[in-house]
Design a protein around this ligand. Structure first.
Ligand code: ATP
Length: 270
């Protein structure tokens, strides 16, 4: 049963790695999220307890497609080694993920990057299904606003019945900020994420948030969507849920750290 409290608890445990690695039960499983902006690794034990998380800003994937195979494999190897040192255990079994609505070749590319980094890939899952492993929504729409794209999944009776992925995400927010403030993309990325800048950022990017809302509106047309659940790093932006709710007139929820929902759900799909 969905409660935002349960979701927030799982994420808080993941962020603080409350489980001492020495208390991890059974085998460890790694969820691998190769994103447009971040590559995220999450580790759970055989009972689903979060054990560790690490991530790095890396532009090795664009619009869900691996554009730098060698770079992606290297970064993943490095993050794997970092976690193995921290946990003092080898990480073998893993699950990877792919954006909804992507072809077989994209799924294969994500698979080979994970395998090339030394993992035994036991599952590949689409991102909305992974997110719903954490949210456990019976009915509603999961909207994943990431770095490069916005993924939309409609859930009915606990099952994903429709998915769409559109190339608008946090990268576009940063481009708008860079233009408005005459700063580089990297500076805009940094500016956007600082808590003290959130109100100013929202003033600049509101039209892009409204565009995202109009994308959601067009994709959910024809479905009886009574609630929207936001995940993905871009939803960290303060007040984004209110703008989307105002545009769509549908109750809109987001967990405390929407960036970590999908990565945790990928690990849970192992
Ligand atoms: P995609 O799903 O499109 O492949 P991704 O998996 O890299 O991309 P996420 O990791 O979910 O996407 O989110 C990354 C995006 O979140 C980046 O654009 C980043 O700038 C943005 N982001 C992260 N933290 C914040 C924050 N506090 N405020 C606003 N945006 C943020």
């Amino acid at each position: 049963m969905f409660t935002m409290e349960k979701v927030n608890k799982a994420i808080a445990r993941l962020e603080k790695c409350m489980i001492n690695p020495e208390n991890a039960i059974g085998d460890l499983y790694t969820g691998i999220d190769l994103g447009t902006a971040y590559t995220v690794l999450t580790v759970i034990d055989s009972e689903g307890n979060p054990v560790a998380v690490t991530y790095r800003f890396a532009q090795v994937v664009r619009d869900g497609v691996v554009v730098d195979f060698t770079g992606a494999t290297r970064i993943l190897r490095e993050l794997k080694a970092e976690l193995e040192e921290k946990l003092n255990r080898e990480l073998e079994k893993a699950a990877g993920a792919f954006p909804p609505d992507t072809g077989n070749s994209t799924v294969k590319a994500h698979f080979y990057v994970c395998e090339g980094a030394g993992f035994e890939v036991i599952n590949m899952v689409d991102e909305p299904t992974a997110a719903n492993n954490v949210l456990n929504i019976e009915n509603g729409a999961v909207v994943d606003i990431g770095g490069g794209t916005t993924g939309i999944a409609i859930i009915q009776d606990g099952k994903v019945v429709y998915t769409a992925d559109e190339p608008t995400g946090g990268t576009h927010f940063s481009l708008v900020i860079a233009g408005a403030r005459h700063i580089s993309f990297e500076e805009a990325e940094d500016f956007k994420k600082r808590p003290e800048n959130q109100k100013e950022v929202m003033l600049m990017v509101k039209p892009v948030v409204q565009k995202v809302a109009s994308i959601i509106k067009s994709k959910i047309r024809g479905y009886d969507v009574k609630s929207i659940y936001l995940v993905g790093g871009t939803c960290c932006l303060e007040g984004i849920e209110k703008v989307i709710e105002n545009e769509l007139h549908i109750p809109t929820f987001k967990p405390t750290d929407p960036l970590l929902v999908t990565p945790l759900g990928i690990a849970l799909s192992c």
